[in-house]
Design a protein around this ligand. Sequence first.
Ligand SMILES: O=C(O)C(=O)Cc1ccc(O)cc1
Ligand SMILES: [Fe+2]
Length: 446
Amino acid sequence: MAALLNRLHHISLHVSNVEKVASDLVSKFKFRLFATRLTDRSRQLAFRKGAAVFIVNERQTQSGVRLNEELRLTDVYPRDPHRVNVGIYNQDDSMKCLYDISPHYPLDTVSNVCFEVEDVDRSFKALRHLGCNFVVPPTTVQDERGPVTYSVVKSIVGNVCHTLIDRTQYKGSFLPGFYVIENDCSLPEEDMSCPITHFDHITYVCPRKATHQVMSWYEKLFGFQRFFIKSNEDVDEGFVVNHEDVGLRLTAMEYWKCSKAGITLPSVDKKEPDCKFVIAESLPGQGRNQVDTFLEQHGAPGIQHIGLYTNNIVSTAHVMADAGVQFFSPPHAYYTEVGKQQEIEEAGHDPQLLAQNGILLDTDLCQDPSSQSASREKKRYLLQVFTKPIFAEETFFLELIERRGATGFGEGNIRALWRSVQAHMENQRGDSQGEGSLKIMQTGQY
Ligand SMILES: O=C(O)C(=O)Cc1ccc(O)cc1
Ligand SMILES: [Fe+2]
């Protein structure tokens, strides 16, 4: 019996420079810092934009010494007034990372996707019975607003873990141990020019031929279901983009609307947006590319990017670019090519506006039996734009995505992204001639 997931609760990052990532999330990506957990041994900051929640954890070195000891977050962010009053602090000062493990990973990484479950003990027993490796057994944390129980399980993908959490008995707005500052009137109003609503998808990078194993693991243990990116996708092959310089295999899964038996869970809010999981592996016989570079630099399979859903990608990308977010842009010819220009205009967009921030558009034709037109084809659109890597290494990045009917991923967009990344990597190599061997030595140790 698989664990029954209700919804995605948050995604955790482990970084050495919390200030830098916190400041980027707030000033560039327009997330709001809404809760903090600042103890003598740990700093955890929670950020929200719509239903998308990131917890940024301070990464520690092997010896447990902070990497940025000279920087004091407590001077920048409000102190927790409950700190001395709430019993939890006495207990959990020894726990460096609450609701997660302290991974001692040698570089910045996004490594925990936390799901809300109905019953942590039951999930723990069911998953352990199926052979899962737990790194934190069921643990209860409480403050005056009630208890929360959680447990952390290692996934089959590289350094990725999943925290399973039950907060149904908790009356507070977030999690015990965190000081919630959301209601602080000094916080700015939610920025409606960046209408990000939720996490649309999480993309894993895996080694070649590992996709099936990953998929089976998530199907068996969490009841995930295969999601076809294209209607004509081959069950075994997945969605293969194999075109000149692009060689990528994508397979997608979704969860939570249904239990394993296909029964809709009564306690799940059906209107809650779900988050897909995409598994990407590279195909052999190509040059440097985004997927192999991730594996090389991250040192293990893991989370390569997260798609943030927005209701208005043009405005969101514009505001973020103005605030300093760097997006990949395809060559300008992408927008002036006759076919593409027409496609963009047909979708009701202005090629100039999309070009300004590198927004890509793909059209998906699907059969529509209710259509009056002779062809019975309906057009669905997908708009995406990808940021440059967020950390020092060429590993993790973010994506903005707006769906106008399209549910999968666009081959045209993927090809355009792949080429922009290749051009960027070649440029960087050109800029750092002579430093190449040093870079390999530095990343090679991981
Ligand atoms: O198109 C998307 O948003 C995907 O998530 C698919 C994808 C996966 C891996 C890549 O390196 C590029 C694109
Ligand atoms: Fe994506």
